[in-house]
Design a protein around this ligand. Structure first.
Ligand code: MN
Ligand code: MG
Length: 704
């Protein structure tokens, strides 16, 4: 282990890397090994990037500033060192590569203009990745967001192969010579790999790679995929192809599922998160996974059955997940021993290497110049694109309080969707006079509350707004969908949303965290505008983390739900019977997870209009924005309408309810200026760096 001058790695990552490699080395060597029994060993390092989401540069385009916490440019430096430190290594990418940053949006927007890749004809993700010598790439769910033609033209720029085993052709999958039911992509590949054993002798081993995507892409990207492809079960595809890979002589099989761990006892073969099941499939030696945007091994997963978070195994199979946006490199160090004609994995060690120390707020690695050079054109183009003016805002739109009260960043999305629908002729023809409600959720509310998420808040300042601000307010390229629902369904929809909050015991004076972060992603915390309601957090949730009704949970968290019909209050049974239109996005609309959603409810799809585009146009309209001059005659009102709030808790004890938000002066000022209840920043250290803990008075709201 020599780091020397070639390495720019700073201490923490360097030590982690040294530890990782030495564990791999010592795992199966005993110093007193008997020469007769000594078998040749090969140490193979498998490296993984995942969920880069087009964060190629270490750059935050929303703030137009360098960002040391993200980017392939930074993780590339770790890849180079981690590779140089061992004799044998391979590098894979797990997918969710082409969508997610303003650079990804910019490229897709330019592509749409004449159906070809802009700039040099190669997607910048591949200009960068081609400099790093990837062995194989897997297709993530977000790869389908911009359509199959965009995906095909993007993949054509990769100088390494792509795999996926569970997407097949339907009627017209846009690829010559592939019939209905046949794989749309190469299901797996087996590559000959020249390696050196621990004695320095050369061997050629066969390394097999197999890829997977969640079958839910068929709902999430219905408009791009319907009648074109079908998605099959991850586990069934694995069972089928892993046997075939073994029969074709693979010595090692590396699964690359764009999928999270999932539930050990899940019996649904079409599950989204299938890693737990994959680790139980005979023949798979390493699972390089992703999709959940978190880090494995880590304490987060300490309670998963049959999981060793020291070694990084699940059911004895090596596994790793490297966070997201290039914040970590995932490594599985495999130890192979010769076993007759083949090689067998006898030990493993998984590690993740971060690019940034969130506790010390210190960068651990410098950016790789080759990556910067490779995408310079597109980087400049993206900065240009996102600075295009769109209007003006009356005050700051920050999402620091979006988990604790109605909020300007969620409000503006709901308002924009409703405004857009009301001004769409086709929509009016289709839905008539039904009342229009609008659903929106905080997409950036501290991310998934992991180590590098403290800056994942919407931060749009008052004053002139540009495309980057619309992108900050609406993170995903989702498209508008209108659903027809009953009032009863609206209520159950909100009941599942309310699973975002823990159950608060009104008789306990212990500290009680309000937000259910582990179990409920903030993008599933839909609030619905156009109705008024309160959330009673003393009542247990009616729905579990998958929006499945909990048996026996019959009491309601959603109370005082009313609709104002021109001055007449509609509530109770009358509300339950009433029909509404809810404007939402394609994920929610086709998802079928929440009450009132799913294909049968879909009334209108606005010709694929992006919700974010509606937000941008709403801002321009409300600002009296003049595109020719870039001047705004007015400004969009950014105030939330506070149509929802928590129900005040009656108690005789001193409640200690807490929530967390960004630990910064900016966030604190915003809380002080906008809080609807008494909130106090507590002087306790949080286990997750970058977040502060606040108390919130649940017994009463402040006077206006
Ligand atoms: Mn992802
Ligand atoms: Mg509202």
């Amino acid at each position: 282990m020599i780091f020397g001058n070639k390495s720019q790695l700073k201490t923490k990552t360097a030590i982690a890397l040294a530890v990782a490699a030495s564990l791999g080395l010592t795992a199966c060597n005993s110093d007193d090994n008997d020469k007769k029994d000594h078998k040749d060993q090969i140490k193979l390092r498998v490296m993984e990037t995942s969920d880069l989401h087009t964060n190629i540069m270490d750059y935050n385009y929303y703030k137009d500033a360098q960002d040391q916490t993200i980017g392939l440019a930074r993780v590339a430096s770790i890849i180079k060192t981690a590779r140089a430190d061992v004799k044998n290594s391979v590098l894979v990418d797990n997918g969710d590569l082409l969508q997610g940053s303003p650079m990804g949006d910019h490229i897709a927007t330019e592509f749409k203009k004449n159906n070809r890749m802009p700039y040099t004809g190669i997607h910048p993700a591949y200009k960068a990745m081609n400099t790093l010598g990837y062995d194989v790439g897997n297709i993530g769910n977000h790869e389908f967001n911009f359509g199959l033609e965009f995906l095909d033209q993007s993949l054509a720029g990769a100088d390494f192969p792509y795999i996926n085993s569970n997407v097949v052709c339907d009627v017209d999958c846009g690829k010559d010579g592939i019939l209905k039911g046949e794989n749309r992509f190469t299901p797996f590949i087996i590559k000959d790999k020249v390696v050196f054993d621990t004695n320095g002798d050369e061997h050629t081993i066969k390394v097999g790679y197999i890829g997977f995507v969640p079958p839910q892409i068929m709902q999430w990207d219905k408009k791009n995929l319907e009648n074109r492809v079908q998605a099959q079960s991850i586990t069934e595809s694995a069972e089928k192809y892993v046997k075939q890979m073994k029969a074709e002589g693979a010595d090692v099989i590396i699964a690359i599922p764009h999928s999270g761990i999932g539930e050990p006892d899940d019996e649904n073969t079409m599950m989204e998160d299938a890693v737990y099941k994959l680790t139980q499939i005979e023949g798979i030696n390493a699972v390089m996974f992703g999709h959940s945007h978190q880090v494995f091994p880590s304490d987060t997963y300490a309670n998963v059955p049959n999981t060793d978070i020291e070694k990084g195994t699940i059911n004895g199979t090596a596994a790793v997940m490297p966070g997201r946006w290039g914040d970590n490199l995932g490594i599985v160090d495999l130890v192979l021993e010769q076993d007759g004609e083949t090689w067998k994995v006898v030990n493993s060690q998984s590690t993740t290497l971060p690019i940034f120390d969130t506790k010390e707020k210190q960068s651990l690695v410098d950016a790789d110049k080759d990556i910067h050079d490779a995408v310079e054109l597109e980087h400049v183009g993206t900065r240009d694109y996102v600075s295009t003016p769109i209007g003006k805002a009356t005050s700051d739109m920050y999402s620091f309080l979006s988990m604790a009260q109605d909020d300007p960043t969620v409000q503006i999305v709901a308002s924009a969707q409703k405004w857009f629908a009301e001004n769409d002729e086709g929509f009016k023809d289709k839905v008539g006079d039904l009342p229009i409600l609008s659903a929106a959720a905080p997409f950036k509310a501290g991310g998934r509350y992991s180590d590098s998420d403290f800056d994942q808040y919407v931060q749009v300042k008052a004053g002139d707004l540009a495309i980057k601000d619309a992108a900050d307010l609406y993170l995903y390229p989702n498209t508008m969908v209108a659903l027809k629902v009953t009032g009863a369904e609206v209520k159950e929809w909100l009941e599942c949303s309310a699973n975002q909050f823990n159950t608060i015991d009104p008789d306990s004076s212990k500290t009680q965290p309000l937000i259910n972060r582990e179990g409920h992603r903030t993008y599933n915390f839909d609030t619905i505008d156009g109705v008024e309601y309160k959330i009673d957090v003393t009542v247990p949730s009616k729905y579990d983390n998958d929006c499945k009704a909990i048996t026996g949970a019959t009491k309601n968290r959603i109370v005082d739900l009313t609709y104002d019909d021109d001055g007449v209050e509609v509530t109770g049974e009358q509300f339950a019977q009433k029909e509404f239109i809810v404007i939402t996005n394609n994920y929610r609309g086709y998802g079928g997870k929440f009450a009132g959603t799913g294909e049968s409810h879909v009334q209108y799809t606005f010709a694929g209009k992006e919700n974010r585009q509606a937000v941008a146009e709403y801002i321009s309209e409300m600002s009296d924005f003049e595109p020719k001059t870039g001047e705004s005659g007015s400004a969009v009102d950014t105030k939330a309408d506070y149509n929802w709030s928590f129900k005040n808790i009656e108690t005789s004890v001193e409640l200690k309810v807490t929530f967390e938000t960004q630990d910064s002066e900016k966030a604190h000022k915003f809380v002080e200026a906008n809080k609807r209840r008494t909130m106090r920043k507590l002087e306790i250290e949080n286990t997750v760096p970058g977040f502060a803990i606040y108390s919130i008075d649940m017994t009463q709201e402040l006077e206006d």
